[in-house]
Ligand binder design. Structure first.
Ligand code: HEC
Ligand code: HEC
Length: 381
């Protein structure tokens, strides 16, 4: 879908402008992304932080069944965003920790970018563009395929035995369907993960992908719930609660720990999820209202938001670019009590705070209240 592709590019752009991802995603193919000295520094970081499990040659399976970091399949489908998220924020509940300093890891943003480019430079492939659209399939049939074809390696409940924990709710909530489907169809060359494109039909692959997605809020869940975004009168969560007392970092940012505490104490606030709508469907902080960053009718939005000192907390995943952008728009309209979640939603998940999942496996999309705004989203070019 053209519009979705445009949105992905816009999303990348929103990250890049603020952070320098452009240099990562911009070029592909044969040209090396790193200079000699940066490559040496990244290789040293790799040996220091990663070789223990992923192996000195990135071959994987040295400790904790850590996957290969040199399969062409992973580099094609995972570069740059999925690699970045896995390395920066880890896979909660697995031995893969988060390496980004903002979630307690040892690496700066620049060091993580350098690592991703270095990993890519070691494998000479062209990355594929993957859609953010949910994959529609028959969950029940997918469950049957999973049992027959996948459980032997990934475990009866996706817990991972000889292979990654693909039933891990945190991983599923923050990984796109297209990325999962790519791994299933193409396998991971040089590893035990077979290419099911040779074994299953395209529909069967859709079914098992939809089945995995349906487990994103827990393996035992019976049916995925279709979530509808909050209506205007539901924007304020805990309307009878007291306002939280946030101390903002740099005048703009609230830490995940403080936000979580406010949620647990049932404080009154508004949460705005500023990512593209499909990301909200994959997983969001309970009660958050999807206001994608390309929604530019700030005056209309502000009219729907309380102006009585209620805190408005915005988040995205970059970890802050899109939310910063919307926040600027709100403050220009005169709203004062606004804050951006410092660690972004990936940081939030990797620190162990809860997300609720709102993806349907039977319909391609929720009724999207901002459809009109999407249509008029500015072209990133
Ligand atoms: C303690 C062992 C350990 C260390 C150290 C470690 N990893 Fe991992 N890593 C894992 C495991 C285990 C997984 C698979 C987790 C799962 O089940 O999803 C993983 C997954 C990943 C993935 C996702 C791969 C995929 O197939 O989707 C990436 C990328 C990654 N690690 C990169 C790194 C990098 C880069 C470093 C060093 C900065 C590192 N890891 C350090 C154990 C480790
Ligand atoms: C023979 C064992 C085996 C079987 C059978 C198998 N897998 Fe895998 N799978 C693996 C291994 C090993 C990996 C990690 C490969 C690597 O190092 O990148 C993997 C990776 C994956 C990934 C990528 C996970 C990530 O973190 O990036 C997905 C998704 C996946 N498998 C789904 C499936 C599904 C669905 C099936 C059944 C249709 C299946 N696998 C069957 C061994 C297996």
């Amino acid at each position: 879908m053209q519009r979705i592709e445009t949105m992905v590019r816009t999303l990348l752009l929103a990250c890049t402008l603020a952070s320098g991802l452009l240099a990562i995603s911009g070029s592909a193919g044969a040209a090396k992304l790193l200079s000699e000295s940066d490559a040496q520094a990244a290789a040293a970081d790799y040996q220091k932080y990663c070789a223990l499990c992923h192996g000195e040659e990135r071959q994987g399976y040295v400790n904790d069944n850590a996957p290969s970091l040199r399969s062409e399949s992973l580099m094609r489908s995972g570069f740059p965003l999925h690699l970045m998220f896995a390395i920066a924020y880890g896979r909660r509940g697995t031995p893969m920790g988060g390496y980004f300093e903002e979630v307690g890891g040892p690496m700066s943003r620049e060091e993580i970018y350098r690592m991703i480019r270095w990993l890519k430079d070691q494998v000479d492939v062209e990355p594929v563009e993957l859609s953010l659209d949910p994959i529609v399939g028959d969950v029940e049939k997918g469950a049957g395929i999973y049992k027959e074809q996948c459980a032997v390696c990934h475990g009866e409940s996706g817990q991972g035995e000889l292979a990654p924990a693909i039933g891990n709710p945190a991983t599923l909530a923050l990984t796109t369907d297209a990325f999962l489907r790519y791994a299933i169809e193409h396998g991971r060359d040089g590893t035990d993960m077979p290419a099911f494109g040779d074994i299953l039909s395209a529909t069967e692959i859709d079914n098992v992908t939809a089945f995995l997605r349906s487990r994103a809020s827990g393996w035992t869940l019976e049916k995925p719930v279709m979530r509808t975004p909050p209506t205007k009168d539901e924007y304020v969560i805990n309307p009878d609660g007291a306002a939280p007392e946030f101390e903002l970092k740099d005048g703009h940012y609230v830490l995940s720990a403080d936000l979580n505490q406010a949620i647990e104490e049932k404080r009154r606030m508004v949460l705005l999820d500023t990512r593209v709508m499909s990301m909200w469907q994959m997983g969001h902080i309970e009660g958050a209202v999807p206001i994608p960053y390309y929604y530019d009718k700030y005056d209309a939005l502000v009219a729907d938001l309380p102006d009585d000192g209620t805190w408005i907390v915005l988040y995205c995943e970059c970890p802050r670019a899109a939310a910063d952008y919307v926040n600027r728009g709100l403050r220009e309209q005169g709203l004062k009590n606004t804050a951006v979640l410092w660690e972004g939603i990936h940081g939030w998940v990797s620190l162990g705070y809860p997300v609720s999942v709102g993806q349907s496996t039977t319909a391609p999309k929720l009724a999207d209240p901002w459809a009109e705004a999407e249509e008029s989203a500015p072209d990133p070019d």
